[in-house]
Design a protein around this ligand. Structure first.
Ligand SMILES: Cc1cc2nc3c(=O)[nH]c(=O)nc-3n(C[C@H](O)[C@H](O)[C@H](O)COP(=O)(O)OP(=O)(O)OC[C@H]3O[C@@H](n4cnc5c(N)ncnc54)[C@H](O)[C@@H]3O)c2cc1C
Length: 584
């Protein structure tokens, strides 16, 4: 087994190998689907390459609602197979694949008219639980508790911030939550552990064909290495493109006449506010704060506990502008505040917002123009021999998408075993049960607060020792980060030496979530984080300053876009700061 550490040296070695060999499966796109496909293929014993244009999870896979869920609302559309499949994946993720990153989370479904809603929603939630439990082993089923009906009084005790004149009671049910960016990273690292060559900052700019004409087989790709401006080719027996909202771009590389997938982008915006902005309460005896799922005119809105903050989201509107940096407008923010404030005694105000993020759902284009009606299911197509396109679906079902894509990719390769990922723990998960209960001992041995150790456990799982070793080796690394006391300086060094971070933005936005969790949006932490990164990435003073200036520019452009009234003005404001990878 190879190392799972994504160090700068590993990147160099992987690039050299990729330029030199013919891999069995080459995956384009380092979101959760592409990472999942790389792991699926590598764990079947195949040689694999994974190319990501920006950072791991920099596209949609770091910008979701962060729920691992069956999709309660799809029951209403009678989409039973979709819900069934997602609940099965939920159980696998929460018990075997990534229990350190995927945690059961209770939600209240508030009822506003007691009789018919309790009967209608109650039947749906009961079915949801039955489907979840019936699908899984008893150990898995126990990981996700069953639903309960709450009276009006019990609802207000569980969530004191709800308006007593609007809410008549609730149903409490359980789903699960994930740190999406860290989970995708764990999938990439696990694939690297099976020998996959993984390169971020590597943009595929063309397809290599064997012959001419629209149906000529794809035999590899042309890659631009954004770290040094060079380019190279990678040859492959099969190429899998898992490029989310960029799927049509890969289709376009084939030429106009080849059949392809049509994917449309739907923008979803989330707000992050402090815990104090909304009055919730821990569930007695369980120590868990429940979130809310609220119905809106066209969809649902979640209020989700996120460490000591809340995430409020989301919107669902078509997006035709810049896909790399979707921008939230003041209209998106006003909509979210208006919807959440319908049920709260104390309105959330714009002043209390810490962070805002926007993501793009890759939806398979159907006949309807309404994005919330476009298909949530995934598709796998082989437009020409040697190329598989996979898109659609949702975060929760990435493993199934990956398996289907790799099955299609290896259809012509003899003797390839079936997928093994259903029971394959990711980096950090293997010894989870042992480390999970050792937080007090680790706190005593490291001198850290137990709370800090628990936070580290849920980010690093059984690899927590790698971070604690760094902190022990240098007392400065054992200290909290400037402006972000929930993170240790050691985690920045670890992000560079083991988690493939190449830019300041990678650390502040995806290895940590400082960019959405703090009112300064990472600006106050940027100088220290850049300094910590510089030593391990060989940055000189000028490069270090450039990284900080770029980060500050990005935050300023985002703030400006969030003051703009609509998508086009918000997009124009956000484009004021270029992507850091284009600037290197
Ligand atoms: C607002 C919102 C909320 C959501 N909430 C949930 C939720 O709570 N639960 C859930 O299950 N799902 C949720 N989803 C859906 C889920 O996030 C997505 O389905 C999933 O992240 C898509 O992953 P992906 O890998 O297919 O795409 P992406 O994560 O976008 O990955 C595609 C990658 O391809 C790369 N790429 C593109 N072109 C190239 C190229 N030429 N060369 C190299 N790389 C390239 C991009 O840089 C990108 O990183 C949500 C989505 C949104 C937008």
């Amino acid at each position: 087994m190879s190392s799972t550490e994504l160090s700068p040296e590993r990147r160099q070695a992987d690039r050299a190998r990729l330029a030199d060999e013919v891999v069995d499966v080459l995956v384009i796109g380092g979101g959760v689907t592409g990472a999942g496909a790389a792991l699926d293929a590598a764990s079947r014993g195949l040689t694999v390459g994974l190319l990501e244009a920006r950072d791991w999870a920099a596209g949609t896979s770091s910008r979701s609602s962060k729920l691992i869920h069956g999709g309660l609302r799809y029951l209403e559309q009678l989409a039973f197979p979709l819900v069934h499949e997602a609940l099965q994946e939920r159980a696998r993720l929460a018990t075997t694949i990534a229990p350190h990153l995927v945690r059961p989370l209770p939600f209240l479904l508030p009822l506003t008219s007691p009789v018919w809603q309790r009967a209608y929603f109650g039947a749906g939630v009961a079915l949801y639980d039955v489907m979840g439990a019936a699908l899984t082993s008893s150990a898995s089923a126990r990981a996700i508790p069953r639903h309960r009906h709450l009276s009006r009084t019990a609802t207000l005790a569980a969530f004191p911030g709800l308006r007593g004149d609007v809410v008549r009671g609730s149903i409490r049910y359980w789903d699960a939550q994930v740190d999406d960016a860290r989970h995708t990273l764990a999938v990439v690292r696990t694939a690297a552990g099976y020998g996959a060559r993984t390169l971020s900052s590597a943009r595929v700019v063309g397809l290599l064909r064997d012959g001419t004409g629209p149906h000529a087989p794809v035999v590899g790709v042309r890659v631009a290495d954004l770290t040094d401006g060079t380019s190279f080719s990678v040859r492959a027996r099969s190429v899998v493109a898992a490029t989310g909202v960029w799927s049509d771009d890969i289709g376009a590389m084939l030429g106009a006449s080849a059949p392809s997938l049509r994917v449309r982008a739907s923008k979803g915006v989330h707000l992050v506010v402090p815990r104090s902005a909304i009055d919730g309460a821990d569930i007695p005896g369980e120590g868990e704060q429940a979130g809310l799922i609220l119905r809106t005119a066209t969809s649902v809105l979640f209020v989700i506990p996120w460490a000591d903050r809340w995430i409020i989201g989301t919107t669902d509107t078509p997006w035709h502008l810049d896909r790399a940096h979707p921008a939230a407008s003041s209209a998106d923010i006003a909509y979210l505040l208006q919807e959440v404030n319908r049920v709260l005694t104390r309105p959330v105000t714009a002043d209390s917002i810490l962070g805002v993020y926007a993501g793009l759902r890759p939806l398979l284009a159907g006949e309807s123009d309404e994005t919330s009606r476009l298909s949530r299911e995934h598709a796998v197509v082989t437009p020409v021999p040697g190329l598989v396109l996979v898109a659609g679906g949702k975060y929760t079902t990435y493993r199934v998408m990956a398996e289907d894509a790799v099955d299609a990719a290896v259809a012509g390769l003899p003797g390839v075993p079936a997928s093994r990922t259903a029971h394959l723990p990711l980096v950090g998960a293997r010894d989870w049960e042992t480390v999970r209960d050792a937080a007090p001992q680790m706190a005593a041995a490291s001198g850290l607060e137990e709370e800090a150790v628990v936070r580290l456990l849920h980010r690093h799982g059984d690899r927590i020792g790698d971070v604690l070793d760094l902190a022990r080796s240098d007392p400065a690394l054992g200290r909290p980060l400037e402006g972000a006391p929930g993170y240790l300086a050691a985690e920045v060094v670890h992000a560079v030496t083991a988690e493939g971070a190449l830019h300041l933005d990678d650390v502040l936005t995806r290895r940590t979530r400082v960019s959405i969790e703090t009112a300064h949006r990472g600006v106050e932490s940027a100088p220290e984080v850049a300094r910590l990164m510089s030593a391990n990435l060989g940055w000189d003073a000028e490069r270090t300053e450039r990284e900080v200036a770029h980060y500050e520019g990005r935050v300023a452009a985002e703030r400006e876009s969030q003051r703009m009234p609509d998508d086009s003005t918000a997009d124009a404001a956000r484009l004021g700061a270029a992507d850091v990878r284009a600037a290197v």
